[in-house]
Design a protein around this ligand. Structure first.
Ligand code: G4P
Length: 531
C-alpha cells in the first residue's frame, strides 16, 4: 500500500460536542490519559469560558490562550493517529463550533445521564446530522443518579432525531451503579467507586457464566439486566458499521468520565469503527484524500495571545495529498503562492514544527493576515471547498467609531476580527453604516476589548432590532425582485462576500415578506449555493 493510503487509514479525526457541564473536558482528558498521551489527570486545561466570565476580559484572554493549546489534541493509540478537535462549549461561541465540525470526520456526543438531552446539544447534533457525520453517543456521569436508559434513548430519538444503537448497557446508576454490559462482546465490566484518579481494574465477566455474574452484581440486577437486554434486542437496531458510517444509526456507550469508566471502551470502539478521512466536496468536484495533489482548507483562525505581534494561527484541515513544510502552495482566493517554514502540528497539548502531514491532520499556519475562514490551499488547482456557511446571527448592533483619529485602525481591526470569524459584518445599503452580528452578546465585549488592546481603536455600539438575517439569492431576478428592493431598502445590507442580506426586524415582518414575495429565495445560511 502506498504511504499516503496507509497514513489516511490511520487517521481518526473527530470532535466532541456537548451541552456545557456534561463532561466534554473531562472526557477529552481521559481519552488522552487512556491513549497514553498524558500521564496524569488535570493536565489538560479546560478551554471553556467559565460561568460568570462575561465581564472578566482577562479571563476571556486567558481562556483564548489555553484554547490555542487545546484546539487540536493529537496522539497515537494502537496503530492509529487520533486528532481530537476541541470545540468551545460556551453557546456564544457556537459559530466556532459549527465551523470546527466541518473539519471532523466523526463526532462524539456527550450527554449527562442525569440531565438527558439539553438545549445546545440539539443544535450541534442537527448540524452534524445535516451533514450525515457519523456520531457515537457517550452517556456520562453514570456514577450519579441517572435517567432510565430507555427514557434516554427516547430523548435521543425524539429530540435529536438519532437512531440509538446501544453498544454497552448500564447496570444500575448512582450509588447502585455496578458496571456495564458490553452487547457486542457479550461480557460485563464491573465498576468500583475507588477508581478516582487511577485506571480501573476491569473484571471482565462472560455473561454466560451466570454464577459469576450473580455473585458480582446480585440476582435482582442480573434479572433486570437480562430483561433490559431482551428489550434492546427487540426494539433497537443491531450495530452495523455501514449504517453507522452513513449516519443512519448511532452507537451508545455508557460510562463515567470522571471515574475513568467506559472510556477505554469508547476509545477502542472509536479506533475500530470511526471513519478515516473521506472525500470532500468542493465547488468544482469531489476531492479524494488519496489524490497525490495536496489540498486543504482553513476552518479556524486564532489570534495570537501577544497583542504586540499581530500574527495569527490559521488551522488548516488537510483534505488530500501530503503537506510538506517549505513547499510553495497555491492560495486560491489570493491567487498567489505561499510557503510555510514553521507549520505546527499538535501533539497532546504541545505544538511542534512538522515536516509532513496527511489527510485528516490539522496544521497550524502562522498568518500575518493572508487567511480568512474557508480559504483553500492547493498544489495549483483552483478548488473551493463547500460547507462552511454562516448562520444568521442572533444579535445585531451598529458599530460607532469613538475615536475618529483611529478610523484606519478600527477598519483594520474589524476586518481582521471578521476574517477570524469572531462575528459577521454587514453594511447597510442605504447609508453604508456598519452592523456587527453575533451569536452571543459576549462577542460584542470581546470585540470591543480586542479592538482597543490589539489595534488601539475604540468603538461603542447602538442597538438594532433585527430578528433574523436572510441571505437573498440574486441569481433569479424578476419583476417582483425590484419591488422587494424598493420596499425593503431600509433593511437591506451587504455581507463580507458582497451577498445581499435582508435584515428582518421581527418574526412578523419576516413571515409577511416571505408571503408577499413568494418567488424570491430567502436563505437562513450564507452558503445556499451548497444546498
Ligand atoms: P464540560 O467540558 O462539558 O463543560 O464539562 P466538564 O468536563 O468541565 O465537567 C463538568 C462538571 O462535571 C465537572 O465538575 C466535572 O468534574 C463533572 N463531571 C464530568 N464527568 C463526570 C462524571 O462522569 N461523573 C461525575 N460525577 N461528574 C462528572 P465541576 O465540579 O463543575 O468542576 P471541577 O471543579 O470538578 O472541575
Amino acid at each position: 500500500m502506498k504511504v499516503l493510503e496507509k497514513e489516511i487509514r490511520k487517521r481518526r479525526t473527530f470532535g466532541i460536542v456537548s451541552h456545557p457541564d456534561a463532561g466534554k473536558t473531562t472526557l477529552t482528558e481521559k481519552l488522552l490519559l487512556f491513549g497514553g498521551a498524558i500521564h496524569q489527570a488535570g493536565a489538560v486545561k479546560s478551554n471553556k469560558i467559565r460561568k460568570g466570565a462575561t465581564s472578566d476580559f482577562m479571563e476571556i484572554e486567558r481562556q483564548r490562550g489555553i484554547s490555542v493549546a487545546t484546539s487540536v489534541l493529537a496522539f497515537h493509540y494502537k496503530d492509529k493517529k487520533i486528532n481530537i478537535l476541541d470545540t468551545p462549549g460556551h453557546k456564544d461561541f457556537a459559530e466556532d463550533t459549527y465551523r470546527t465540525l466541518t473539519a471532523v470526520d466523526s463526532v462524539i456526543v456527550v450527554i449527562d445521564g442525569a440531565k438527558g438531552v439539553e438545549e445546545q446539544t440539539k443544535k450541534l447534533v442537527e448540524v452534524c446530522r445535516m451533514r450525515s457525520v457519523p456520531m457515537i453517543v457517550f452517556i456520562n456521569k453514570m456514577d450519579r443518579n441517572a435517567l432510565d436508559p430507555f427514557d434516554l434513548f427516547d430523548q435521543l430519538e425524539d429530540q435529536l432525531k438519532l437512531n440509538p444503537t446501544p453498544i454497552t448497557f448500564p447496570i444500575g446508576d448512582g450509588l447502585d451503579f455496578k458496571g456495564i454490559y458490553h452487547i457486542l462482546k457479550d461480557n460485563m465490566l464491573l465498576y468500583s467507586s475507588n477508581d478516582k484518579q487511577h485506571l480501573p481494574i476491569y473484571h471482565s465477566i462472560d455473561i454466560a457464566d451466570s454464577k459469576q455474574v450473580t455473585e458480582a452484581i446480585g440476582v435482582p440486577s442480573f434479572e433486570q439486566l437480562k430483561e433490559n437486554i431482551e428489550v434492546v434486542d427487540e426494539l433497537y437496531p443491531k450495530f452495523d458499521i455501514r449504517k453507522y458510517l452513513d449516519g443512519k444509526i448511532h452507537p451508545i456507550i455508557f460510562g463515567s468520565a470522571l471515574k475513568n469508566f467506559g472510556v477505554q471502551e469508547l476509545l477502542d470502539i472509536l479506533v475500530e469503527i470511526a471513519p478515516h478521512p473521506k472525500p470532500q466536496i468542493s465547488e468544482n468536484r469531489e476531492v479524494r484524500p488519496n489524490e497525490n495533489n495536496f489540498s486543504g482548507f482553513v476552518f479556524k483562525i486564532h489570534a495570537n495571545m501577544d497583542p504586540k505581534h499581530r500574527d495569527r494561527l490559521a488551522f488548516l484541515k488537510i483534505v488530500s495529498g501530503t503537506f510538506v513544510r517549505n513547499t510553495p502552495y497555491y492560495h486560491v482566493r489570493l491567487n498567489k503562492k505561499l510557503k510555510f517554514s514553521s507549520p505546527n502540528a499538535f501533539f497532546a497539548e504541545k505544538r511542534q514544527v512538522v515536516e509532513t502531514s496527511y489527510p485528516g491532520d490539522i496544521v497550524g499556519l502562522h498568518d500575518t493576515g493572508n487567511f480568512k475562514i474557508g480559504d483553500t490551499l492547493t498544489d495549483g488547482e483552483k478548488l473551493i471547498f463547500k460547507g462552511i456557511p454562516s448562520f444568521s446571527p442572533e444579535h445585531f448592533r451598529y458599530v460607532i467609531n469613538k475615536n475618529p483619529l483611529k478610523t484606519k485602525q478600527l477598519k483594520k481591526g474589524i476586518d481582521q476580527l471578521m476574517d477570524e470569524g469572531v462575528a459577521q459584518l454587514f453594511r447597510l445599503q442605504i447609508n453604508g453604516r456598519q452592523i456587527i452580528g453575533t451569536v452571543g452578546i459576549l462577542q460584542f465585549e470581546v470585540i470591543q476589548y480586542r479592538l482597543l488592546h490589539e489595534y488601539g481603536a475604540e468603538c461603542s455600539y447602538e442597538a438594532l432590532p433585527v430578528y433574523k438575517a436572510c441571505w437573498i439569492d440574486q441569481n433569479n431576478q424578476h419583476k417582483e425582485f425590484d419591488e422587494f428592493l424598493r420596499l425593503k431598502q431600509k433593511f437591506l445590507a451587504i455581507d463580507k462576500s458582497e451577498q445581499l442580506v435582508f435584515l428582518a426586524d421581527s418574526k412578523f415582518t419576516l413571515s409577511h415578506t416571505l408571503q408577499k414575495f413568494p418567488s424570491i429565495k430567502f436563505h437562513f445560511q450564507s452558503e445556499f449555493n451548497a444546498n
